[in-house]
Design a protein around this ligand. Structure first.
Ligand code: ATP
Length: 233
């Protein structure tokens, strides 16, 4: 997509808008869910899709299987208006590169839809290691989510690249099909999946950190016992 197309896209006021919030979701927790709702409201998108990564390229194997992580996402968002899951990465073999996912979404949705991919500052700081990372901006807008425990510290070339694409108002992303960049500061719940796995492995409670339906799924399937808590590389 050319810059010219991006400009004319920016002038189109009404377009279908979708945000993609990807992650390992091992397991999904209330930090993810609270942010998902706030992102959806801030962007004003009609759909926010939580997309579990099948084979996260930059970390070790997850503690739960992909289909279990998807099931927990579905249990967590059941009945929540505007939040959806998207299982397309589970249907592809090999590393789950976001650029491949966005290409797939573009084929499905067409060029006009406003597509925004959300990433936390922990992910953004590693963006230079992502497959074909510059192409992400030809396929989608990028919303950077500040995380208190991960100050933004991207590589200089990523900084320069994103600065040139920065928009001043989060609402502008909805009017662009791709190519925009915005940093959103949210008050986030200090919850991490790593901490939840550790609590489970040591027999402690995870109540109020995840929705009850997710806690029940974990208990029923005996997930995150000591042998399978999953270790980031
Ligand atoms: P882990 O502890 O296993 O690394 P995590 O809790 O960071 O997991 P991920 O599945 O890796 O969760 O994160 C998916 C996305 O959600 C990332 O963009 C990440 O920055 C964001 N995220 C993670 N935790 C929170 C939180 N507490 N609030 C808001 N966003 C979060």
């Amino acid at each position: 997509m050319t810059d010219l197309q991006h400009n004319s896209d920016a002038q189109a006021k009404e377009r279908h808008s979708v945000a993609i919030f990807g992650g390992t979701f091992d397991p999904i927790h209330n930090g993810h869910l609270r942010s998902a709702i706030e992102i959806k409201e801030a962007l004003g998108v009609s759909e926010l899709r939580l997309m579990p990564s099948h084979r996260p390229p930059l970390r070790g194997a997850p503690g739960a299987e992909s289909r279990q992580r998807l099931a927990m996402v579905n249990a967590a968002i059941c009945g929540e208006v505007g939040l959806f899951s998207d299982d397309r990465e589970l249907k592809r073999d090999g590393p789950s590169y976001t650029v491949d996912t966005l290409r797939d979404l573009r084929v499905e949705m067409g060029e006009a839809v406003s597509l925004t991919v959300v990433m936390g500052s922990d992910a953004f700081n590693q963006l230079h290691r992502w497959q074909d990372w510059q192409s992400l901006f030809e396929l989608a807008n990028v919303l950077l989510l500040h995380r208190a425990d991960h100050p933004v510290a991207a590589q200089a070339d990523v900084d320069q690249f994103t600065a040139a694409r920065r928009v001043t108002d989060v609402c502008s992303l909805k009017t662009m099909s791709a190519g925009g960049f915005y940093e959103l500061g949210l008050i986030q719940l200090p919850i991490s999946a790593t901490d939840i796995r550790q609590r489970l492995a040591s027999g402690r409670s995870i109540r109020y950190l995840v929705p009850d339906a997710v806690a029940s799924y974990i208990a029923e399937h005996g997930l995150y016992t000591m042998k399978d808590i999953g270790n980031p590389v």
